[in-house]
Design a protein around this ligand. Structure first.
Ligand SMILES: [Zn+2]
Length: 79
């Protein structure tokens, strides 16, 4: 499975203008550049099977971890 990085040139200039914590900006930048340590990325390095440990039902890409996982959806709905 391959995914295409989010086509958002100059994302850092947008993030730098946000009035939020630096760690939130760094997290968003990493998400936009698929640099989060997901199980999918670990599987690419031969360190993991790549399956989501929460739902055990899909490959844990950053999109799955942040949006598509049923457990992530619970957080998004409650939070
Ligand atoms: Zn999941």
């Amino acid at each position: 499975m391959t995914s295409t990085p989010i086509p958002f040139e100059g994302i850092w200039s947008v993030l730098a203008c946000l009035q939020t914590l630096s760690k939130i900006k760094v997290f968003a930048w990493k998400a936009c550049h698929e640099a989060l340590p997901t199980r999918y990325r670990r599987a690419q390095a031969g360190l993991d099977a790549g399956i989501c440990s929460l739902c055990d039902d899909a490959v844990e890409t950053y999109v799955h971890a942040l949006r598509d996982c049923p457990h992530a959806k619970e957080v998004l709905v409650v939070g």
